[in-house]
Design a protein around this ligand. Sequence first.
Ligand code: NAP
Length: 250
Amino acid sequence: MFTVNLSGQVALVTGAGRGIGRAIAQGLADSGAVVAINDIDAASATMTAGIVQGEASVYPADVSDSAAVDRMIEKIVAEHGRLDIIINNAGVEPRASILEMTDADWHSAMNVNLSAAFYTSRAGGRVMKARGSGVIVNIASIAGHNIPIALRSGYVASKAGMIGFTRECAREFAAYGIRVNAVCPGVIETEMTAHLRQNVAQMQKWLEDIPQKRLGIPEDVVGLVLFLCSDASRYLTGQAINIDGGKVML
Ligand code: NAP
């Protein structure tokens, strides 16, 4: 497994109870970071903390609740003395046509996939600014880059917004020594995409457009995230990088 040296650093991963977030938490711990594991579901966050090798603590919270995010970041800093890395990974993918979508589904996509990154960046950015350094990685999606995905208007809009927010955040935070980038995965084998993978014909068509001819697994995303967290990417900010077996080439 690819690792970088993040010893002494404290990293928050949101939505790390399973899937891509859990794999990123493992990669950060393998790289020497102390990992603050967030999920809305305390039990799954605790399970991740039990699985990762290294120092990990659990911070259950709904990241779409700004006051809960403020409390969580305050607690992490109180317990660990610093916060160096934020991985905004928590996500939801409500599925409905625009004509059928409820307000609740629309707002859940916006609040969990986009507003949460604003809340963590605001609260965490204040902590990082005081140290003069920090890294934020936003897990967006190739869906944010004009890749059509049927019945996902809220998801697509929130991920496009995440890429826009990443750029503005990078511009504003560069003065404080904070780098902000987005990672845009293609289809990765997690619970979020289980329903997609059940549709064999649709998956066959999707795979035809992937030069590497396979879907991703959560571990495929980890190396890029670690690179973005490390000093090896010190001159890289405001980017939205696809990681999708070559499906989208911009
Ligand atoms: P996943 O398996 O569904 O995991 C998402 C995690 O986020 C779950 O543990 C979920 O907890 C948690 N979560 C949901 N709402 C939350 C909230 N309000 N506060 C805190 N935690 C919350 O999804 P994944 O596939 O690993 O996706 C991770 C990220 O990658 C998402 O942002 C997703 O949009 C993005 N992404 C995924 C793919 C893919 O193909 N899988 C592709 C592109 C981008 P509960 O289960 O308890 O709700």
